[in-house]
Design a protein around this ligand. Structure first.
Ligand code: NAI
Ligand code: MG
Length: 482
């Protein structure tokens, strides 16, 4: 029996989007010279025009951050800094619905995810780090660890406000000031966050937000007034940043790409594993650096799992992300859609078998049906490259050791999932896997107390938890990275 769903659209009236935005520098919005449009990927409607940050805008923002650091922020006690962070966290909770709707409009991700995952985690990050601000002496990083000064932070479009929180909350808790560059397609929630900073009466210059593209980001990275870089995005840009700062004394954390293995052993709880596979790759349209984009199945149960997975995938609702029943929303941009289409076509050409459920996709906006490829070998590009979309590559193995070897056969090392009823097998497998985050009988679970980061080409350093604090403090034990 199939049920007809009534539309249950979240109202847009809670958000006010201005026709044009400036940068947020020294506590105030200042207009840029050039502007570019930001659109709603669900409808291709232009939502607003953003300022394209120039070298002079970055100069002003870094100068404001430097001044705020020396005159205000570094003079405050940890307890006082904590009060601001608590205030920001509470305002974010109060305005959660506004942020959730705006994020969904600008990014295309389902309201169920922005409302229940992104925004609650954003508030949790500020609360968690507010608690640390006056306890840094007890973080195991030595006596009185010192901030670097100005942190230059560059974030991607897949979790716009959450990545801002991952960057801004620890920086402020540890006493650094910030110049943040949001992604060009998803800056609106960062600009709303700037309003929250004003509402919280955060001293001017402690947080500065300059919108723009890759050139704006590169200018920020190269600015001599920036002492620490925090970047999340593609491995390609991560490498460029590493090269740019190699001959400087700038510190950096880099959170880059992934090709996470979701390994299902023959003793796994099958129905739970199927849910975990779906969550691993179709959460957030697969625009997730730690997505379980390679399904590594023990051969004896492969057929059963794939059959059940197809039945489950046919129930995924693809469509308007403001509809509370929607599971899979819009692809964030035309560029990203093209990249997914191209890699999927390469999968076809290399001889893997593509399957998607029947979906009615709108002509307007950017859409890609949930897709699996079976018959994938390790040599296939869809087994090696990050697709960053709702596309799963299925690989099989016979012995547990072969499963681990296949999981580790990647230039990345960000995440992995293990599905097994046996604790001893789970512990054994987790010790063999070269991945920064490993989930057992679950996937894509996040918490501010838990450090996150990768091995190999997935990046440098950790964010979150005590490890994440170390990345913003001078005498802190190095958490890896530069
Ligand atoms: P990207 O790495 O180009 O963009 C991320 C951020 O870096 C944006 O704010 C961008 O403006 C900035 N940026 C670009 N070039 C820069 C430079 N030279 N110096 C400093 N900042 C720079 O990612 P893009 O092009 O949006 O996506 C391409 C692919 O990257 C995706 O298909 C996906 O595979 C991967 N990606 C991975 C992410 C992750 O969370 N690990 C997030 C976003 C993309
Ligand atoms: Mg947008």
């Amino acid at each position: 029996m199939t049920f007809e769903y009534a539309p249950a659209l979240e109202s847009r009236t809670i958000v006010t989007i201005k026709p044009k935005y400036g940068h947020f520098i020294n506590g105030a919005f200042v207009s840029g010279k050039k502007h570019f449009p930001t659109i709603n990927p669900t409808t291709e409607e232009i939502l607003s025009h953003l300022s394209l940050g120039s070298a002079s805008d970055i100069d002003k923002a870094v100068a404001a951050a430097q001044k705020a650091y020396t005159r205000t922020w570094s003079k405050l006690s940890g307890k006082e800094r904590g009060k601001y962070l608590y205030r920001i966290a509470r305002i974010l909770q109060e305005r959660a619905r506004e942020f959730a709707v705006l994020e969904t409009l600008d990014n295309g991700k389902p309201i169920r995810e922005t409302r229940d995952i992104d925004i609650p985690l954003v508030a949790a990050h500020f609360f968690y780090h507010a608690g640390w601000a006056d306890k840094l002496d007890y973080a195991g990083l030595g006596h009185s660890p010192q901030p670097y000064g100005v942190a230059g932070q560059i974030i991607p479009w897949n979790f716009p406000l959450l990545m801002l929180a991952w960057k801004v909350a620890p920086a402020l808790a540890t006493g650094n000031t910030v110049v943040l560059k949001p992604a060009e397609t998803t800056s609106l929630t960062a600009l709303l966050f700037a309003e929250v900073c004003q509402q919280a009466e955060l001293p001017g210059g402690v947080v500065n937000i300059v919108t723009g593209d890759g050139s704006t980001g590169a200018t920020l990275v190269n600015h001599p007034g920036v002492h620490k870089i925090a970047f999340t995005g593609s491995t390609e840009v991560g490498k460029k940043i590493a090269r740019a700062i190699a001959a400087t004394d700038k510190k950096a954390t880099l959170e880059l790409g992934g090709k996470g293995a979701n390994i299902v052993f023959d003793d796994a709880p099958v129905d739970e594993a199927v849910e975990g596979i779906v969550n691993g790759i179709f959460f957030n349209q697969g625009h997730v650096c730690c997505a379980g984009s390679r399904l590594i199945l023990q051969e004896s149960i492969a057929e059963e799992i794939i059959e059940k997975l197809k039945v489950r995938m046919a129930k995924i609702r693809v469509g308007d992300p403001l509809d509370k029943n929607t599971d899979l929303g819009a692809i964030n941009s035309r560029e990203q859609l093209t990249k997914i289409q191209e890699l999927a076509a390469i999968g076809d050409a290399e001889g893997a078998q593509r399957w998607s459920p029947q979906c009615n996709l709108s002509d307007k906006g950017y859409w890609f049906a949930p897709t699996i490829f079976t018959g994938v070998t390790q040599a296939h590009r869809i087994a090696q490259e990050e697709i960053f979309g709702p596309v799963l590559s299925v690989i099989t193995f016979r012995t547990p050791q072969e499963g681990i070897d296949k999981a580790n056969n990647t230039p990345f090392g960000l995440s992995a999932g293990i599905w097994s009823e046996k604790g001893s097998r789970t512990l054994w497998a987790s010790q063999q896997l070269r991945a920064g985050v490993i989930w057992a009988n679950t996937f894509n679970k996040f918490d501010p107390t838990s450090p996150f980061g990768g091995y190999k080409e997935s990046g440098w350093g950790r964010e979150g938890g005590k490890h994440g604090l170390a990345a913003y403090l001078k005498t802190g034990k190095e958490s890896g990275g530069k």
